[in-house]
Each structure stands twice: as C-alpha cells, then as structure tokens.
Design a protein around this ligand. Structure first.
Ligand code: SF4
Length: 360
C-alpha cells in the first residue's frame, strides 16, 4: 500500500453546514435524476436521498428555468445543494444568487476574463466553493494534442490549469474531481493529483454502469483510492435510482472503517450445515438496520456449529437452528430463542443497543 495520506492534509472547504477536507472523513453525495425546474419532483427525490444518508446533493442546471428553481428547492431541503453548471456564467450567477452552497464549473470553460471574474466574485461574496470537474472524456484540445489520448498527467495538467485561474483571482475554496470511466486511469489520476495539490478531492468513477456492474467497478476503483488515504467526498455513479448510490457509498465507507455512525451486518455465506432460511433473514435484518445511526455490528449465521465464535466481533447476533436459535453477544450465547420469534428478538436487542448509543 502506498503511504499517501492526503485526505486529512487537504484544505478544509465549507459547503453549507458540511465541511469537506482537512479530516479523515469522506462526505457522501449524489445527484438528482429529475428535471431541476420540476421543483416538486426534485425535492421529493432529495428527501429520499436525505433519508438514505446523502450528505450533499447536486442538481443539473442546463437551462435558466433550472437556475431559477434553486431558491425554491433550497427552502424545502435540509442538506447542502450543489449546482452543476456546464459553462454558462449567467446560469452560475443565477444559481449563486438562488442560494447554491457550491457550484461545479470549470473556470477555463467559462470564456472571457470578465465572466470568470464575475462568477468568482459572486462565490467569494457568498462564501461558497467551486468544484473543478476534470473528466478524462472531455480534456481540453491542447492537452489531448500534447499527450495523444487521455492520460493521468494530462488530467492533472488540466486540473492545475483551472486551479491557477482561480488562484490568480485569490480564490482558494476549491474542490477537484478527476473522473474517468477507466478504473486504472482514475486511480493514477487521483494519485498524481494528490501529489500535485492539497485541495480536497471529490472521488468518482464516471459511467460506471448498472447497479451490479457499476457497484463492483466503483468499489474496485474508489476502494483503491480510499485505501491509500485519498478522497474527501465521493459520488458513486450508477445507472440506477440514486438512493442505491448512497447505499453503495455507505457500504464502501464501512469497509474502510470510515463510517462512524452506521451499523454493519455480518452474514455467513451459508453452507451444507445451514438450518434456516438465512438469505431472507439477512436481507430483512439488513433492511431493518439501514436507518439506524449507530456503529453496531449485527451477525446472522446459518447454524450454531461454528456460529457465535465465527462472529466474535458482533455486538449482537443470532445463529439459526431448526426449532430454536441462539442469541449471542461478542461470541457468547445470551439465551436460546424460538425459531419463529428469533428475528423479532434480534430486532429488539438491536433497538436496545442503538438506544444506548444515542444516549451516550
Ligand atoms: Fe455454514 Fe454454519 Fe458457518 Fe453459516 S455459520 S457458513 S451455515 S457453518
């Protein structure tokens, strides 16, 4: 493993009431799939994302009617709102005016200097950051000409080009993404970016695909980056309901011990010793704990042969058996429970543990 520890050394940038950078924490974000000017549908989707654990949400802003909807959306949601601008500085100004907590725009794409200055000035006045989004698929022509095809060095050069425009205007509340759909290219680009500057990194693998394939691809790429101490915020991009992006992001952070308030499910893979319908029980328990905000480890095991001992790290768990299961804590049996009420008993114990955590 590389020894790059970039995450906590980055600049701390404020996005509404959420800080990105300067800490060993990765903020989860997602993007709405609705037409932004359809305020009702957009707010409804954002509410579902909030409920699932999304900490920052981004909306697309291709038209003036979208930019004009920002203030109304802001009034109805509880998490910071990022507005994604392609290059139209007028839309950027309207979004900032409407109360955007961050905008995503590449200053090098805005055009004339006065336009860039107007956007930077507006962001400075409102104290909101700018995310520079470098994408392997849309690098500047001069960079493609120099490198021949999208490379990590070319992506870093593009990022530095946009960063310099902002720094020259004394603007430093910058977040940078280095997205590529090729996993190896993304890993190399983020690694080189972390060596080149200390602005927080927004992680993502673009166009990663459908729920299953995109989850594996994102976990492979982002996992490698996160494990090397890089990344301050991330969006898992899936061709699926965006709530699924949040679920995947949370699970990925849990795998690296970076989710301080989320329960973990330990479930055995099942084998020939299995005595209960473990798969449906595991799914039911996973669903049950998904809204709990406490770092509890819950185990569900298919049998009691190696059961409790196999999941010693679990705070609470059940090991199934025909007729009667075992309820255990930290590898030790607490009591026997009838098969019919086994899952309900487990849920009750989970609630007690969560309650104890909330009282702390
Ligand atoms: Fe097999 Fe039992 Fe282990 Fe599950 S807990 S994998 S059923 S031995």
């Amino acid at each position: 493993m590389s020894n790059i520890i970039h995450r906590s050394k980055t600049r701390k940038v404020q996005v509404g009431d959420v800080s990105i950078g300067g800490a060993d924490e990765i903020i989860i974000q997602s993007m709405t799939t609705t037409k932004t000017h359809d305020v009702e549908a957009t707010v409804a989707e954002i509410k579902r994302l909030e409920e699932a654990g999304c900490q920052i949400v981004r909306v697309a802003c291709p038209k003036e009617e979208d930019a004009l909807a920002i203030s109304e959306i802001k009034k109805q949601i509880n998490i910071p709102l990022v507005v994604d601008i392609h290059f139209d500085y007028k839309l950027a100004l309207l979004a900032v005016e409407g109360g955007a907590d961050k905008i995503r725009i590449n200053p090098g794409n805005i055009g004339r200097r006065e336009k860039v200055e107007a956007v930077v000035e507006a962001c400075k006045n409102k104290g909101i950051p700018i995310r520079i989004g470098v994408n392997a698929g849309s690098l500047e022509k001069h960079i493609i000409k120099k490198y021949g095809y999208p490379t990590a060095d070319g992506m870093v050069e593009s990022a530095l080009h946009h960063i310099k425009i902002l720094e020259d205007l004394d603007f430093h509340d910058i977040i940078v993404s280095m997205k590529a759909s090729d996993v190896n290219l993304a890993i190399e680009a983020y690694t080189k970016a972390a060596q080149a500057f200390d602005y927080p990194l927004h992680l993502g693998i673009t166009e990663s695909g459908t729920l299953f394939a995109g989850t594996v691809k994102s976990a492979a790429g982002l996992g490698a980056i996160i494990s090397q101490g890089m990344g301050n915020t991330m969006r898992i991009s899936l061709s699926a309901d965006p709530v699924e992006e949040i679920k995947v992001a949370k699970e990925l952070l849990k795998s690296y011990g970076l989710a301080s308030n989320a329960p973990t499910l330990i479930a055995c893979p099942t084998c020939g010793r299995i005595e209960i319908d473990l798969i449906s029980i595991a799914n039911e328990v996973e669903e049950y704990i998904s809204t709990i905000k406490a770092p509890i480890k819950v185990a569900v095991l298919g049998c009691a042969v190696n059961g409790p001992g196999e999941a010693r790290e679990a705070d609470i768990g059940i090991a199934g058996a025909r007729g009667e299961g075992l309820l255990f804590m930290h590898g030790k049996t607490v009591r026997k429970v009838p098969e019919e009420t086994m899952v309900d008993e487990l849920k009750k114990e989970i609630d007690i543990l969560a309650e104890k955590h909330y009282e702390k």
